[in-house]
Design a protein around this ligand. Structure first.
Ligand SMILES: Nc1nc2c(ncn2[C@@H]2O[C@H](COP(=O)(O)OP(=O)(O)OP(=O)(O)O)[C@@H](O)[C@H]2O)c(=O)[nH]1
Ligand SMILES: [Mg+2]
Length: 308
């Protein structure tokens, strides 16, 4: 693979090169720097939106409409859809392709799915690399769609510039599950499927949440399928992302970088330990199995190898 050509292609906004580059950073964690190092100087311009919400809340439908709306205003939009890893929604990749199909042909909107399965925790590193690739290719806004359930997914929206949490009427217990991680970091609540029954009840819950948390997180109502309410939401998001109420853009960027560097260290450290400790790992594990050593003592030894 000709990395130089791909890098050049990214900077020239060539879609094929962008797609190849994202696949490369996904599949080659230890050499993602070959792509990122030469383009990093061209990044830092894109604004990143997180769209989070439980499976089936209408995130993709909404993202589709939001992207089109932003695109109409003259901006390029990149979408990274992080697939739900739950086996019940295992068809999500195909589903997203079909639902977001209308976008792929529109000039100035690029959509990419990233699978959580089989990533061994490297998803967020790869996702942040993909954001850089789109940023360097002059995408003005990048939307990351994810179900905010696992820690990795909560982390990734935490480091976006603005985070919209999508809720639907009649969620009941679901809202409790979301609460722990996501509700607190929402910059805006979106009550989607507001054509359904139970909107008032959900609004009451959200207002109650706002009162309890002493926050005034704005609440928008949408019907993603028809696009109702989307324009208002987009206007708010475009302005809100510039003057984020909770944290300054600089603060968020610094947090994003800190998080990213720690993720790269994590991945590299594990990689290095595995590479350097093949035999000692096996011998060590057997000792732990026989209770001659503890897991902590083994790690201590393996870390020594890492530092050599
Ligand atoms: N009635 C109604 N249906 C909607 C609305 N928005 C989305 N839907 C439908 O809800 C279903 C799920 O929509 P998606 O956009 O795929 O939801 P998602 O949150 O992206 O789902 P996952 O990515 O699988 O978690 C689809 O059948 C949509 O047509 C809405 O506002 N009202
Ligand atoms: Mg989706």
């Amino acid at each position: 693979m000709d990395i130089e050509k791909i890098v050049e292609g990214i900077l020239q906004q060539n879609i094929r090169s962008i797609a190849k580059a994202i696949t490369f950073v996904e599949n080659n964690p230890s050499s993602a720097d070959l792509i990122i190092n030469p383009i990093f100087g061209r990044t830092g311009n894109a604004k990143i939106f997180g769209i989070t919400g439980s499976p089936g809340a209408g995130k993709s439908t909404l993202t589709d409409k939001i992207a089109k709306s932003i695109n109409k205003k003259g901006y390029k939009v990149g979408i990274i859809a992080i697939d739900p890893s739950s086996p019940f929604t295992g068809g999500a990749i195909l589903g997203d392709r079909i639902r977001m199909n209308t976008l792929s042909t529109v000039d100035g909107i690029y959509i990419r799915s990233m699978a959580t399965r089989g990533m061994l925790g490297g998803l967020n590193r790869a996702c942040l690399d993909a954001i850089d690739i789109l940023d360097a290719a002059h995408f003005d806004y990048i939307i990351v769609e994810t179900v905010g359930v696992g820690q990795d997914e909560v982390d990734i929206v935490k480091v976006s510039d603005m985070n919209a949490v999508v809720l639907v009427p009649g969620m009941g217990d679901d809202i409790q599950a979301l609460k722990a991680g996501i509700m607190e970091i929402a910059d805006v609540f979106v009550v989607n499927k507001s054509d359904r029954e139970g909107v008032d009840k959900l609004l009451t819950i959200l207002n109650h949440f706002n009162t309890l948390s002493e926050k005034d997180t704005p609440i928008f109502q949408t019907i993603a399928t028809t696009g109702k309410g989307v324009e208002e939401l987009v206007d708010y998001m475009l302005i809100g992302v510039e003057k984020n109420a909770q944290k300054s853009v600089e603060e968020r960027r610094l947090e994003r970088l800190r998080y990213r560097v720690l993720k790269i260290i994590q991945e590299k450290a594990v990689d290095e330990v595995l590479k350097k400790s093949k035999d000692s790992m096996e011998i060590g594990l057997n000792k732990v199995l026989l209770r001659e050593n503890t897991p902590y003592q083994l790690v201590e030894k393996l870390m020594e190898l890492l530092c050599k």
